[in-house]
Design a protein around this ligand. Sequence first.
Ligand SMILES: [Zn+2]
Length: 152
Amino acid sequence: MASLYLRRHNDCSRCPVIGAEDIPGVEYFNLKWMRFSIRIAREIAFGRTPVLVEPTTLKQWLQNVRIDPEHVGHVPLNVGPGVKITFPAGCGEPIIDGNHRAARALREGKSFFVVVLDEADTLQLLRRSMGSHMADHIWRLLAESKSHPDDL
Ligand SMILES: [Zn+2]
């Protein structure tokens, strides 16, 4: 297993590999049967104006994601905004990039900002992450579903 001989910062599985800070395209956010490329999400979000996430909203959201408490202390504050996507039919607006930074900001009482990708951006991201066929199929299911409080 790669992790046995690749040394990572802080000996933390979520921190970058030492000497290979930028491995493009390896980071994904998985949600149910969906997969979002963080690299492509950042590319789409680049240059857009971030918006503040209310701390109460942020706290609620973070209960839905797996946060590694140790890694929260490894991410720097002020490294830029996260990325939030938008599902159709009120199926949710998950934050797919920056959740550990968000947890850190919340812990330190700092503001956390995200760039919001609208439905068209989100579909584009999903298509580029999973391929158009899968993405369109999933999107149709989401669009036809009734929104539910348990949806993300
Ligand atoms: Zn870490």
